[in-house]
Ligand binder design. Structure first.
Ligand SMILES: Cc1ncc(COP(=O)(O)O)c(C=O)c1O
Length: 363
């Protein structure tokens, strides 16, 4: 009963406009000659990077019915490079430009498990920069091939821990330093893990989009972390705009230390097991995450079995083709909904997940 007002609001917001009055439309919307809602919000963008962000929220019908909560997924696969990482890619390149580290023809170097690289490849090509990628050789061949197709120079290197000087990130840093000495167009290691321009992308875009799209009717947000940029940035924005009311949860796969870190209040960094998911899970608290880790309301630990089952549920029940990391976010949203649902007697409940399908099971 108590959730009914929100359910009505959500349905109203998403319903086809043919039966709605124009007064329900936002300033950026109108009805076309056939009575269907059209939006001019995206407008004309000046270049490919203008098409990054402003992705829709998709209601997951079956899971929402099952939990009596509105579970919404942010369709990050609609970004030009196909993942949430396009946002970070754009912001770290803009950061380098603002610091005057790059001239036309300059070189961007990054260590990435793939999706940031794919985002960077699009951003760099559209802005006239070269791109060099170092990645652990445990990642899918599909991502290596796509990066090369997009014009990047790719170095798959042995997967060794962060503490080892041959870790792919340190190799990327050294490569950028070498090129910067030789090429006057400049070179930069964009350092997505600890460059907080990454987090800023989500403070300035993902968080505000979610708040605007739900008209502030959101009770909780959850997503997994790689660099921590998405979770930290969205958490910062939603906590600020809701004066702390939106609850934010880390979703973590096996093999990552962050679940234990968050649930122990920063005392433990336990790593158990491993995961088939790519690009998520972390062995340390990055600078991006460090800024907001104290703001989190908790963490959920999601097994690979549950993520794989959810890949197929999303496909069978919703027609959504997601990768394992996105499916993990959906499982986490369901668990957060179940955890908060009965307790939120008078509140409206919506869980949000950041989605991307780049990291698919087949990759
Ligand atoms: C598919 C996918 N989802 C999520 C993430 C993690 O996002 P963030 O780095 O903002 O924590 C990554 C990171 O590479 C990714 O590839």
């Amino acid at each position: 009963m108590f959730r009914q007002p929100f359910r009505r609001l959500t349905t109203t917001a998403l319903r086809a406009a043919s039966t709605e009055s124009t007064s329900a439309l936002s300033a950026a919307e109108s009805l076309n000659p056939y009575g269907l809602r059209v939006s001019s919000a995206q407008g004309v963008v000046e270049s490919l990077t203008g098409a990054i962000g402003n992705t829709p929220l998709i209601k997951l019908q079956k899971l929402s019915d099952e939990t009596s909560c509105s579970i919404l997924g942010k369709a990050e696969f609609q970004n030009p490079g196909g993942s949430v990482k396009d946002r970070a890619a754009l912001y770290v390149v803009k950061d380098a430009e603002e610091k005057r580290l790059l001239k036309p023809g300059g070189t961007v170097v990054e260590g990435t498990a793939g999706n940031t690289g794919i985002g960077l490849a699009h951003v760099c090509r559209s802005r006239g920069y070269k791109l060099v990628i170092y990645m652990p050789n445990t990642q899918s061949q599909g991502k290596v091939d796509l990066l090369r197709l997009l014009g990047a120079e790719v170095y798959p290197v042995p997967a060794v821990p962060w503490e080892n000087s041959d870790n792919y990130n340190w190799q990327a840093k050294r490569h950028a330093e070498r090129v910067a000495k030789e090429d006057e167009a400049g070179a930069v290691w964009t350092n997505q893990f600890d460059n907080v321009a990454n987090r800023r992308a989500h403070v300035e875009t993902t968080g505000p989009e979610i708040w605007a799209q739900t008209e502030g009717n959101i009770d909780a947000f959850t997503c997994a972390t790689g660099t921590g940029g998405t979770l930290a940035g969205v958490t910062r924005y939603l906590k600020d705009v809701s004066r702390g009311k939106v609850r934010c949860y880390l979703a973590d796969p096996p093999g990552s230390v962050l679940h234990s870190y968050v649930t122990s209040g920063g005392k433990l960094k336990e790593r158990t097991g491993g995961s088939i998911t790519e690009g998520i899970g972390q062995g340390r608290v990055t600078d991006n995450l460090a800024q907001e880790v104290g703001e989190l309301d908790g963490a959920v630990h999601i097994s690979d079995e549950k993520s794989i089952e959810m890949v197929y549920r999303c496909l069978d029940e919703e027609g959504l083709y997601l990768g394992a990391s996105s499916a993990l976010n959906v499982v986490a949203a369901k668990e957060v909904a179940e955890r908060l649902g009965p307790a939120l007697l008078c509140l409206k409940t919506a869980q949000h997940v950041a989605s991307s399908r780049r990291c698919s099971l087949e990759n």
